[in-house]
Write a protein that binds this ligand. Structure first.
Ligand SMILES: Cc1ncc(COP(=O)(O)O)c(C=O)c1O
Length: 378
């Protein structure tokens, strides 16, 4: 039995009729840019994230870029972030001439370690960009506290975390990803819990002026048309993508619950192996957080051999991320070296993402775990 790492087809086929009708509606209206579906999706996502404002943009990467621009961050400013994340977190910062300043991660959640942030803050620090990696919120209370006392902004990179909730026993209980910082950024890349038929993204905001600035910056800063208050970019969310996302949004809760169910099953299926191979670490849910399991990432010994073995057995896996950002060639000008962020570096060589998507069957999941057990019992 083959088990793909990710398979969109069952979901797309199940919704084929509904999606086709939504596309037909866009065809009829011919409003390909800023059609009614864009506003409808913005409203739906704002409600879902408990924020008054949401602005549809062309991708999660642009959501980050536009957020930085809206906060006036630019040349020489510093933005704090973890090095164990997707490239766009740091890429967006570099693009506007600012400097990514890395802070190592927590070994259990893989999110930025708040206890290491404060000593990285300088006069040039303008923002902290926590990433809610794999679908679990970073430990936001201490981060919010530091941001407040140092008067720096927070841009949440919530690309992987739509619907994720931060739920410590005290403090900001039950807050949704995106609503805690100044701006929150989401991606609708096809592999996300809510995925478009291409690229798409969203910025959420609590402040009306900031929301308006992002709204203008995504259309070259123009208002009224052809009169430009700021230098923006072209980063609109296509009506077609919004129409497709609106159909899929109706199923998001069900899909996320299916992912959570799969995570619980993985946990049960792995129990006996954990007592046998103590180094295997399953995902850890911090506090009573709502983890949306965009990825199910385990820490394992002999990671690369295991990946190869599973691939030969027809089981797809992936590595998020094999090289932390401080060691990327394009950031060599930051003068970082191996050993600078040891927790991230260790995660990069020890972690493996296993198949998790709502339509993954019981048999497929059992097969994944069975083959992993076979590898360690060899
Ligand atoms: C943590 C993180 N940030 C930013 C992005 C960028 O989103 P997009 O691919 O929609 O540009 C992604 C997407 O994969 C991501 O995982």
């Amino acid at each position: 039995m083959k088990v793909p790492f990710f398979d969109l087809k069952p979901q797309s086929l199940a919704l084929k009729g509904e999606i086709q009708s939504a596309i037909d509606e866009v065809f009829e209206s011919q409003q390909f840019i800023m059609g009614a579906q864009v506003q409808a999706l913005e409203q739906a996502i704002a409600n879902y994230c408990n924020t008054p404002y949401a602005i549809g943009v062309a991708s999660g990467s642009d959501a980050l870029l536009l957020s930085l621009m809206a906060l006036g961050i630019g040349q020489g400013d510093e933005v704090i972030m973890p090095p164990f994340t997707f490239f766009a977190t740091a890429g967006s910062v570099s693009h506007i001439g600012a400097v990514p300043v890395f802070v190592d991660i927590d070994p259990q959640t893989y999110n930025i370690d708040p206890s290491k942030i404060e000593k990285k803050i300088t006069k040039r620090t303008k923002a902290i960009m926590p990433v809610h990696l794999f679908g679990q919120c970073a430990d936001m209370d201490p981060i919010l506290k530091i941001a407040k006392s140092k008067q720096v902004y927070i841009i949440e990179d919530a690309a992987q975390a739509l619907g994720s909730e931060y739920n410590p026993s005290t403090g900001n209980k039950g807050q949704r990803a995106g609503q805690m910082g100044d701006l929150g950024c989401f991606s609708f890349y096809p592999t996300k819990n809510l995925g478009a038929f291409g690229d798409a993204g969203m910025v959420v905001a609590n402040d009306s002026l900031l929301a308006e600035k992002v709204r203008l910056l995504r259309v070259h800063g123009s208002k009224p048309k052809y009169y430009h208050k700021w230098i923006g970019i072209n980063s609109r969310l296509d009506t077609m993508q919004a129409a497709i996302l609106l159909v899929k949004f109706k199923y998001l809760e069900k899909w996320t619950e299916a992912r959570q169910g799969l995570s619980q099953r993985y946990e049960k299926l792995f129990q006996d192996l954990l007592s046998f191979v103590a180094e295997i670490k399953l995902p850890v849910i911090q506090y009573a957080n709502r983890h949306i399991f965009n990825q199910y990432v385990v820490r394992v010994p002999k990671r690369d051999q295991l990946k190869k073995f599973l691939s030969e057995e027809g089981i797809g896996t992936d590595i998020y991320y094999p090289l932390p950002l401080h060691l990327q060639e394009c950031f060599s000008f930051l003068n970082h070296h191996q050993g600078d962020f040891p927790v991230s570096e260790k995660a990069a060589v020890e972690t493996l993402a296993l198949p998790i998507f709502p339509e993954l069957t019981k048999e497929q999941q059992e097969r994944v775990v069975d083959r992993i057990k076979a590898f360690y019992k060899k």
